[in-house]
Design a binder for this molecule. Sequence first.
Ligand code: SF4
Length: 76
Amino acid sequence: QAAKLQESDPQALALGYKEDANKVDAKKYPAFAAGHICSGCALYQGKATDVSGACGAMAGKLVSAKGWCIAWAKKA
Ligand code: SF4
C-alpha cells in the first residue's frame, strides 16, 4: 500500500494540497471552486467509494478523496 500524503510533504506544499478541500484558502488559490475535490480529479486513481486514492501528481502517494490541490483537473 502506498504511503499517505502529508500536507507537510514538499510536493503537497508546492501544490497547495489540503486533505479537506473546505480548508483551502480561496484567496491564495483563486483557481479553487467549491465541489472541486480529489475524487473528481483526473489524476485521482481511487474508486468512487474509497476515502483515499493514489494521485499521479503526488508521486503515487494516497490523497484524501475530499482533498484538493492546484493541479486539480476535471475527470473526463
Ligand atoms: Fe487531488 Fe488532483 Fe491534486 Fe491529486 S492532482 S492532490 S487528485 S486535486
